[in-house]
Design a protein around this ligand. Structure first.
Ligand SMILES: Cc1cc2nc3c(=O)[nH]c(=O)nc-3n(C[C@H](O)[C@H](O)[C@H](O)COP(=O)(O)O)c2cc1C
Length: 375
């Protein structure tokens, strides 16, 4: 029996992932001053113990004003990078590759944690030591009436943010990460530039698609130059804005093509987030975007979004719709998704996906189960 594609290795630049299961970045809103702690280590570490090929650390702010909430992870200083290096080291020591998402929230920054309502920070938050901060965006247009109105970025701001991405990439490399993912999705800063809904600029950074792509492409170029040539660079996009006059899949294919030319190796295809309009949900609802980008731009893609089980994941790969499968909520529900996928796809759980101490205990379970059946 040939090995399932989901469980077969994937090589990109000098990195070989042991399988195609990627843990999608998930904000925990639990950092203090942007510094990760034991929560993040345990949250992410369990996915390495569960056999995933690559684990990507949540959206990490390249500058303080680029955080979504005061609890976001940051990578704008060396203390933050030192704390992140412990996570990268743990993931790699336990068989997973270590990735990190480099992010700037733009006009969706300076908000409460989702479990506190997610709206704009107020005087009440300031009294608790979490003051609001000025947000920046391509244009002075708020995301919605519960979000702060951002300041339109000057060319000096554009230069500053590009330098912040460069320094974040340098720190991510020093911290030992194997993969950097640029966050250009979900209505955050880079997506805001790409989308005609949020970018009303009349200078070189707005107007037609070429103008709207300029800033994200400058970020990619700068990050690629700071990120070692032997390490893969991923980029997450929102392939569609889902509304009339917004970003379309055709725009996204063109953007992916330009990004690939600048050295992006894998395009992680998400959608939405730049308007409050939700997508229509069904298992694998964003897979058509991964397929369109893979075919149209000739770049490797990662599919994500309600890929709820191993069979669906395997079909997406064997039908050539994507190269990698990212899971977020299903991994929270089952951190051993990869081990369970091996059982579903081959008939036998591959405990070898887990590091030795876990594998040893799981092998003993298998042994007992065999004896139990015989008795
Ligand atoms: C708790 C939580 C936090 C998330 N944080 C991020 C993030 O930091 N960056 C990002 O690009 N997407 C983030 N997402 C989106 C996921 O990475 C993923 O794209 C989305 O949940 C759809 O995949 P799923 O159906 O497998 O959960 C988050 C999702 C959840 C549930």
């Amino acid at each position: 029996m040939t090995a399932p594609t989901l469980l077969s290795p994937f090589t990109v630049r000098d990195l070989t992932l042991k399988n195609r299961i990627v843990i999608s970045p998930m904000c925990q809103y639990s950092a203090v001053d942007g510094v990760v702690n034991d929560w993040h280590l345990v949250h992410l570490g369990r996915f390495a113990l569960g056999g995933a090929g690559l684990v990507i650390v949540e959206a990490s702010g390249v500058e303080a004003r680029g955080r979504i909430s005061p609890g976001d992870v940051g990578i704008w200083n060396d203390e933050q990078a030192r704390a992140l290096s412990r996570i990268a080291e743990f993931l790699k020591a336990n068989g997973a590759a270590a990735g990190i998402q480099l992010a700037h929230a733009g006009r969706k920054a300076s908000t409460r944690r989702p479990w506190d309502g997610g709206a704009e920070l107020t005087a009440e938050d300031a009294a608790k030591g979490e003051p609001a901060w000025e947000t920046i965006a391509p244009s002075a247009l708020p995301f919605s009436d519960t979000y702060p109105t951002p300041r339109a970025m000057t060319s000096a701001d554009i230069g500053e943010v590009i330098v912040a991405f460069r320094e974040a990439a340098r720190r991510a490399n020093d911290a030992g990460f194997d993969v950097a993912e640029i966050h250009a999705a979900h209505g955050y800063l880079l997506h805001e530039f790409l989308s005609p809904l949020s970018n009303h600029r009349t200078d070189d950074y707005g107007g037609d698609l070429a103008g709207r792509m300029r800033f994200p492409l400058e970020v990619i170029e700068t990050v690629r130059a700071a990120w070692p040539a032997h390490k893969p660079l991923f980029m997450r996009i929102s392939a569609s804005d889902y509304v009339e006059g917004g970003l379309t899949i055709e725009d996204s294919v063109a953007f992916a093509q330009a990004a690939k030319a600048l050295g992006v190796d894998v395009v992680d295809c998400s959608s939405g987030g730049n308007t409050p309009t939700p997508p229509k949900l069904y298992p694998g609802y964003q897979v058509p975007y991964a397929q369109a980008v893979r075919q149209g731009a000739g770049v490797a893609t990662m599919a994500v979004g309600l890929i709820l089980n191993a069979k669906l994941a395997e079909t997406i790969l064997t039908e050539g719709k994507a190269d990698l499968i990212a899971i977020a909520r299903p991994a929270l529900e089952d951190p051993n998704f990869a081990i369970h996928a091996s059982a579903v796809l081959t008939g036998t759980a591959d405990y070898g996906l887990a590091p030795t101490p876990a594998k040893s205990g799981l092998d003993r379970l298998a042994q007992s189960l065999r004896h139990m059946t015989k008795a």
